[in-house]
Design a protein around this ligand. Structure first.
Ligand code: SAM
Length: 232
């Protein structure tokens, strides 16, 4: 069944007020007709089975969704060059990420425009719909890596480092907690100084295996490992 993401303010008792864009999508693109059903999701865990009546939706019932991971995962990722971050947002949303925090590290090569943030949020919303997530991940504004470290309050913090003799992420995840933050570096990797301040800020350096993964592949591997360990 088709799904659309709505803002909670669009709900008025049992009625869903559709925006012109949503009307266009449902009526013109999907060619739904009066009485056809679709799912409205608020991106914060609630889904409603809804029936199209004219240019509005009539709520039929609240649905139970069980597609979320039992752990909250924040991906802190140094922005890769080009449009690589689009794929990271899409794939990590499918894999169950809760929050994505883009960071500007010493070796980050781009400074993203504000349109980029809107674009990533749109991609996250589409990927959440596609993968039947109950939540649309939060995509935060990019900040300096040092700021991100100082604001990080999560108990279980990991920083992925491609070189060095660090334990595999799979090994340190034995006790799955309820909140995890995982940091991935840019194409050029973290500088020694960044790794040092991350460790001082309570991040445990971890390996994702013996091969050097591309910056956009590494978060997908990390998320898959966490999901495989924590999902029962
Ligand atoms: N240029 C770096 C080098 O030669 O050491 C490699 C950087 S890698 C392309 C980009 C990021 O992906 C790294 O900073 C790290 O966070 C992550 N990464 C890639 N492969 C990894 C691995 N095997 N273990 C842990 N992290 C890895």
């Amino acid at each position: 069944m088709q799904r659309i993401t709505i803002h909670p303010s669009q709900l008025q008792e049992q009625q869903l007020l559709l925006t012109p864009q949503q009307q266009h999508y449902l009526l013109r693109v999907l060619r739904l007709r009066d009485g056809d059903k679709f799912i409205a999701m608020d991106g914060m865990g609630k889904w409603w089975l809804t029936q199209l009546i004219g240019e509005t939706g009539e709520i039929i019932e609240l649905l139970q969704v069980k597609t979320e991971l039992p752990v909250s995962i924040t991906l802190m990722m140094a922005l890769p060059k080009g449009n690589g971050f689009d794929d990271v947002v899409r794939c990590c949303t499918e894999l169950g990420v809760t929050c994505i925090l883009p960071v500007l590290s010493d070796r980050t090569l781009i400074n993203p425009s504000s349109q980029k943030l809107e674009r990533w949020r749109r991609i996250a919303s589409e990927a959440a719909e596609q993968s039947e997530r109950a939540f649309v991940p939060t995509i935060l504004e990019p900040v300096a890596f040092s700021t991100a470290l100082s604001e990080c309050k999560v108990n279980h913090r990991y920083i992925c480092e491609a070189r060095g003799d660090y334990p595999h992420l799979k090994k340190v995840l034995n006790n799955c907690s309820d909140e995890i933050i995982i940091a991935i570096g840019p194409e050029g990797g973290w500088t020694d100084q960044e790794l040092e301040i991350a460790i001082k800020s309570g991040f445990q350096p971890v390996s994702l295996g013996r091969r050097i993964l591309r910056a956009v592949t590494a978060p997908i591997v990390a998320l898959s490992l966490i999901a495989a360990t924590c999902e029962v």
